[in-house]
Design a protein around this ligand. Structure first.
Ligand code: RP5
Length: 168
């Protein structure tokens, strides 16, 4: 069985229920890379590898991780199960796709019973991107250089919008 007992140099753990989630979750990974945040990406399922998913969640804090980002689709229980095994902030991203286009995953992720919170983001790629930015803003609370990078990111984003040109 996989064991998660080595200290990590990563601040963020990205988990996803299936490798098929990677095209979406890659957006979160890329955003963290852009901010220079060390992170690791794992395929671990609440349903199909429950013991390993719980072990990863339960050992994350002691291994040095500060934020967990979880993406899952369909009856998406990963973020909730992970949150049940750690008091680290857990950011949940409902995957799009499937017959219900991600509405099933959205409701499964967001409707946590009181006491075990999951911060739930938009369905799909926008959620993945925003979860990573939100992770940066959490980490920035104790890292002024990251706060500075976030402010620069916002400024560049605004300049990009203001300089948009439409086809004539
Ligand atoms: C969920 O089931 C995964 O997170 C994925 O979004 C969905 C489908 O998984 P695969 O059948 O593609 O492995 O647990």
């Amino acid at each position: 069985m996989t064991s998660f007992n080595e200290q990590s140099n990563c601040l963020v753990g990205i988990m996803m229920g299936s490798a098929s989630d990677w095209p979406t979750m890659e957006k979160a990974s890329k955003m963290l890379t852009d901010f220079g945040i060390a992170h690791e990406c794992k395929v671990l399922s609440a349903h199909r590898t429950p013991a390993q998913a719980c072990e990863y969640a339960g050992t994350a804090e002691s291994r040095g991780i500060e934020v967990l980002i979880c993406g899952a689709g369909l009856a998406a229980h990963l973020a909730g199960v992970v949150a049940a095994h750690t008091t680290l902030p857990v950011l949940g991203i409902p995957m799009d796709g499937g017959p219900l286009k991600g509405m099933d995953a959205l409701l499964s992720t967001v409707q946590m019973p009181g006491g075990i919170p999951v911060a739930t983001f938009a369905i799909g790629s926008h959620g993945a991107k925003n979860a990573a930015i939100f992770a940066v803003s959490i980490l920035a609370n104790s890292r002024p250089e990251l706060r500075q990078k976030l402010n620069e990111f916002r400024k560049a984003q605004a300049e990009n919008i203001l300089s948009s040109e439409l086809p004539s």
